[in-house]
Design a protein. Structure first.
Length: 417
């Protein structure tokens, strides 16, 4: 309340407290002395702690070296190419494989789950450690219970402490509960890793309440917001198959400047084709946000673009389209935000302006509008859907090779008019 509105009450209170109405914000000498005394005690305590820390370091050189490496953000060398993923895995299962490696090789990683470790597959990490219990913090796994916001806030605290790599998992639809803490992580540049599984309507009979239809569009908005360093405030990755998941985790752990979201499938996904025969090297191109999975000779008649499991559906649809002598390019775009950051020359080499672009997303169509352009077409989901096994919903919602063929054929006929 302004001083003028407070009236005589404010003036009397200030005067009775010994203050000066002409200088109402002056700090009393006894208050200054009190706080200086507190600061002196804290400085002395800090100096004593640093002395003890130095003495400890002198007698524990290897542990001190390890501690410094933890705080520096260094991660042990991991041969990601040598990691064997099961063919046709769900990306949540592929994530479990990588987490198992981290549990054995990354000593300063803590993973949490909101009562869903066996479903979000963070139990891949738990398999090689044990959960925290009262009085015993020798493990590295936190059973957070049904408390997604609290879990996300705890991860922020761990990240702010430093020296520890925090990751937490739950179903993607429950990211809604976590948003306040996620937003703060983006604002503060905290390198928390979010493991969000069950990434689309393919959640079985759980139904519309568990179907994350609009969540991907919401989370990807954080790739549009910049932090104080001018970088995308979040790295959002939705890998298209098991090998892309391996690379996505590599990118997540190497990202020390912002949070990373890993959006993973519940259902198994057919591995993507490789023109080079080296799917891992192909997937490393994810580091540019989007890349060509499969190409054609010369200029394509149509570019098909998606992220996650929809890329494999596009690959199946492309086989039908090639029967019509169409030249097809398939693009996987795990991170639109990273792709936008690439030089224009690269972006135009992947998705040029003068070629029709068709997008497929199991979320809101707006998720891909930035990639397909104003003349492009997106087939997505515009409702909360229904409760049924995912293969039934794929048929009902049109996430099949046959519907890709129909939609692209109709789109090209209209595009040429």
């Amino acid at each position: 309340m302004p001083v003028s509105e407070a009236g005589g009450s404010f003036e009397k209170s200030l005067t009775n407290l010994g203050g000066d109405i002409n200088n109402p914000f002056i700090i009393f000498e006894d208050v200054k002395a009190h706080y200086n005394n507190i600061l002196d005690k804290k400085r002395k305590s800090a100096a004593e702690w640093r002395k003890r820390k130095s003495q400890w370091a002198d007698g524990n050189s290897e542990s001190d070296k390890k501690l410094h490496s933890f705080y520096s953000g260094e991660v042990p060398d991991i041969d990601y190419m040598a990691i064997r993923q099961k063919e046709g895995s769900a990306t949540r299962a592929a994530s479990a494989t990588i987490l198992g490696v981290y549990a054995q090789k990354v000593e300063n990683m803590i993973v949490a789950s909101a009562d869903l470790a066996n479903s979000d597959k963070t139990d891949g990490f738990l398999k090689y450690t044990k959960p925290f219990t009262k009085g015993d913090f020798t493990g590295a796994f936190l059973h957070a219970g049904v408390s997604e916001l609290t879990m996300a806030a705890v991860m922020n605290g761990i990240a702010l402490h430093g020296g520890v790599i925090p990751a937490c998992g739950t179903f993607f639809v429950f990211s809604d509960y976590m948003k306040p803490a996620v937003r703060l992580a983006c604002l503060m540049g905290l390198p928390v890793k979010y493991i969000w599984t069950h990434d689309a309507f393919r959640v079985g009979e759980d139904g519309p309440t568990h179907q994350p239809v609009e969540q991907e569009a919401q989370i990807r908005l954080m790739e549009h917001l910049k932090n104080h360093h001018g970088n995308n405030s979040m790295l959002v990755l939705r890998p298209a198959d098991a090998t892309e998941t391996t690379v996505a985790w590599k990118m997540a752990v190497e990202n020390r400047n912002t949070p990373t979201a890993l959006i993973l499938s519940r259902q198994n996904i057919r591995d993507l084709p490789s023109d080079t025969g080296d799917r891992y090297s192909d997937s490393l191109k994810s580091e540019k946000g989007a890349y060509i999975v499969q190409d054609c000779e010369g200029e394509p008649d149509i570019i098909l673009v998606a992220s996650g499991s929809e890329v494999s559906t596009l690959a199946e649809g492309a086989s039908l389209l090639r029967n019509d002598n169409l030249k097809i390019r398939i693009v996987s775009a795990p991170s639109e935000g990273l792709f936008r950051n690439q030089p224009e020359e690269y972006r135009k080499s992947v998705i040029p302006d003068n070629v029709p672009v068709f997008g497929l997303t199991a979320g809101l169509p707006v998720t891909l509008t930035g990639l397909v352009g104003t003349k492009g077409k997106v087939w997505g989901v515009n409702s909360f859907g229904y409760s049924a096994p995912y293969k039934v919903l794929d048929e009902k919602f049109g996430f099949t090779a046959e519907n890709v063929y129909r939609q692209v054929s109709d789109y090209l006929a209209q595009y040429k008019r």
